[in-house]
Design a protein around this ligand. Structure first.
Ligand code: FES
Length: 106
């Protein structure tokens, strides 16, 4: 069971166990981690689940879809590790991954 580390914008860190097949948004909501809204329920249409994956993990994640890329382009503040957390499914290989949360979702 991989362990993920979510870091809020204020530096507060949350270390949680995740199940394979869940997405990063579901893991955050299930563990009551603030900073992710997930308004559309994970169907890739709202972008209120935006996160910044820590740099070493960026290349290890599955590629983003055209829809995810389009939605991220509409977010005011993005970084190289910007992803929509509902579109990233947990795998064992993500054990120890750090996911930063933005100051706010728009
Ligand atoms: Fe809406 Fe991720 S929850 S795009």
């Amino acid at each position: 069971m991989p362990v993920l580390i979510y870091v809020e914008n204020n530096g507060t860190s949350h270390q949680v166990e995740a199940l394979n097949g869940q997405n990063l948004m579901q893991v955050a909501l299930k563990n009551l981690i603030p900073g992710i809204l997930g308004d559309c329920g994970g169907i890739c249409s709202c972008a209120t689940c935006h996160v910044f994956v820590d740099e070493p993990w960026i290349e290890k994640l599955p590629m983003m879809s055209e829809t995810e890329r389009f939605l991220i382009e509409g977010i005011p503040e993005t970084q190289a590790g910007s992803r929509l957390s509902c579109q990233v499914k947990v795998q064992d290989s993500m054990d120890g991954m750090i996911v930063h949360l933005p100051k706010e979702q728009f």
